[in-house]
Design a protein around this ligand. Structure first.
Ligand SMILES: *[C@@H]1O[C@H](CO)[C@@H](O)[C@H](O)[C@H]1NC(C)=O
Ligand SMILES: *[C@@H]1O[C@H](CO)[C@@H](O)[C@H](O)[C@H]1NC(C)=O
Ligand SMILES: *[C@@H]1O[C@H](CO)[C@@H](O)[C@H](O)[C@H]1NC(C)=O
Ligand SMILES: *[C@@H]1O[C@H](CO)[C@@H](O)[C@H](O)[C@H]1NC(C)=O
Ligand SMILES: *[C@@H]1O[C@H](CO)[C@@H](O)[C@H](O)[C@H]1NC(C)=O
Ligand SMILES: *[C@@H]1O[C@H](CO)[C@@H](O)[C@H](O)[C@H]1NC(C)=O
Length: 498
């Protein structure tokens, strides 16, 4: 027993040595492996940091676009987690340092007091700190988001904000057509470009064109409606244009210049694979002509048939509709031998009832053709006109107005047409967000082109006979409508993310 045990003892020590050596080597390997791994992580992260600066100005024609686009998508996904500050961005000034997502009305009582204190300190800090605390205190952010979600964005006031407005300089944007280019046409006062819409219960997220473009990546935005929507469309283009480093990466795909004579425009934002389009449709339902016995043709409106541009609507990811102003024009308002349903042309028909049925036709079409999982639908509410001493076609005017209305019954105007739209939307299957801009436009008697809808510089005497007190100068009021679209996207996407 003893001898065998001693011999086995003799044999055991080299085995043990071998075991320990192996163990040592193994741990050394693991050690090196871990560190090497960590190293690559560091390298890849700093690569990310380097790579993340350019995506905004990413060349569109890189050797392999598919690969590049995938890379950008990956980077953008990653970026949300680490959020570096792009090197090209100037240092934010204290006054504009508030984070887009966190800025609340401190006096709001629905907010817990302690939370209120904390948020106050969060709001004046630098961008980076904001972002850090954002990840540090999810509850707090969630509370703010909830507050914004609960907030009525359309009930508020206009506040003067000379530091941040206008969002784009007057006459700097090539997409404003002559009818809305008031400064170029000779309008001297410019205070009307410096108002920001401020909801009572919260602040709108600060407009960020780059961020907006990223949210629209790969998407097709389409504004469908009358010239008031073209007005908003031009504003939309000018606002997004501010987010482009290389402004030549944005163009109308057919090379068309925007004029009221044409009914369809497609603007491509190359670096974001995104298009913003305008489709003219005065009534959203089908316009046609009727040839009578004497061979003369008269316009008719089929209030039970969707407008023939509908094939284009189907392809959009984000739709913004409007109609309204054309329903007060002569033949529409009179309704004599004009409205058609089925095979019948009504000898006389009430314009309001026709409007109700047309909106119903539109709502029905949306319910049957739009996929709410993939598409977003907005209806932009009635935009108020401000004619003094007459109507649009009878010498009404708004020239010389340089300040918004501050009080008075005009602010409470809410047309029957809007109640009809609200009713229709409530009955729909597909959710439609009402951009309820009517009240905010009631204030803005100062924002219309009046006599500056055409170039009057150099004229000795400007005629005040025919004025435009319906549309809006750009930059101006429609910029705020687009800020509301941006706000809706930001709030929607942040709430669905958690
Ligand atoms: C580009 O990259 C993608 C993904 O890596 C690949 O599938 C494709 O074949 C490449 N195209 C060219 C032209 O190299
Ligand atoms: C905050 O909201 C209250 C009502 O909720 C309003 O009276 C007050 O003017 C708002 N404050 C600011 C700074 O907007
Ligand atoms: C705007 O958004 C971009 C992209 O999300 C971001 O990098 C930038 O810091 C933002 N700018 C401001 C002033 O918040
Ligand atoms: C661009 O967006 C369209 C959808 O609008 C999509 O089908 C297409 O694959 C995208 N192209 C690239 C290169 O990402
Ligand atoms: C839209 O705004 C008007 C006027 O402020 C208001 O009376 C109406 O209830 C609002 N509609 C919706 C759906 O919020
Ligand atoms: C407006 O008219 C003036 C004088 O005729 C001219 O100098 C100016 O270039 C015109 N502006 C635009 C934007 O066409």
């Amino acid at each position: 027993m003893a001898s065998s045990s001693s011999s086995s003892h003799k044999n055991r020590s080299p085995v043990l040595t071998l075991f320990f050596v192996t163990l040592f080597l193994l741990s050394a390997f693991i050690f090196i492996f871990i560190f090497r791994d960590r190293d690559t992580n560091l390298i890849s992260e700093s690569d990310l940091l380097l790579l993340q600066t350019p995506p905004l100005s990413f060349p569109a024609h890189t050797p392999n676009e598919t690969q590049t686009n995938q890379l950008i998508q990956q980077l953008e996904h990653k970026e949300r987690e680490i959020e570096p500050k792009p090197e090209s961005e100037p240092e934010p000034e204290p006054a504009i340092a508030t984070d887009t997502k966190i800025s609340v009305n401190d006096s709001d009582e629905t907010q817990a007091e302690s939370e209120g204190e904390e948020q106050k300190t969060v709001v004046g800090k630098s961008d980076e700190n904001d972002r850090k605390s954002e990840s540090d205190s999810d509850d707090e952010v969630a509370a703010v988001k909830q507050q914004q979600l609960d907030c009525d964005l359309y009930s508020g006031i206009w506040v003067k904000d000379e530091a941040n407005y206008p969002i784009y300089e007057a006459s700097s944007c090539p997409y404003v057509d002559e009818a809305y280019d008031c400064q170029a046409n000779g309008r001297k006062d410019s205070d009307y470009t410096r108002w920001r819409w401020k909801p009572h219960g919260c602040d709108l997220p600060r407009f960020n064109a780059t961020d907006f473009l990223r949210r629209l990546q790969g998407k097709k935005v389409m504004l469908v409606g009358d010239s008031m929507n073209r007005n908003q469309f031009e504003s939309f283009l000018c606002m997004l244009r501010e987010g482009l480093h290389d402004k030549t990466k944005m163009y109308e795909v057919h090379g068309y210049k925007i004029t009221k004579g044409r009914g369809y425009f497609v603007f491509k934002f190359e670096d974001y694979n995104c298009t913003v389009e305008f489709v003219r449709s005065h009534f959203l339902v089908r316009e046609g002509v009727r040839v009578n016995g004497q061979g003369s043709s008269n316009p008719i409106l089929s209030i039970d048939r969707i407008d023939k541009t509908f094939r284009r609507w189907k392809r959009a990811d984000i739709l913004v509709f409007n109609t309204g102003h054309w329903w007060t024009h002569g033949k529409t308002a009179r309704g004599v031998n004009y409205y058609k349903e089925g095979d019948q042309i009504y000898p006389k028909f009430d314009a309001v009832e026709a409007y109700r049925r047309a909106i119903k036709t539109w709502a029905n079409w949306i319910d049957h053709n739009i996929n709410p999982k993939k598409q977003i639908v907005y209806y932009r509410g009635y935009s108020s006109a401000h004619f003094r001493g007459g109507d649009w076609d009878s010498g009404g005017s708004c020239n010389g107005e340089t300040e918004p209305v501050l009080s008075g019954s005009i602010l409470d105007n809410y047309p029957l047409k809007m109640k009809i739209v609200e009713e229709a939307i409530q009955g729909m299957k597909v959710p439609v967000t009402l951009l309820n801009v009517t009240r905010m436009t009631n204030f803005r008697k100062d924002g219309h082109p009046s006599v500056y809808g055409k170039n009057v510089t150099g004229l000795k005497k400007v005629s005040t006979k025919k004025q435009d007190c319906s549309h809006w100068c750009l930059p101006g009021v429609p910029d705020a409508w687009n800020e509301l679209i941006y706000a809706n996207l930001v709030l929607q996407q942040s709430s669905s993310r958690g």
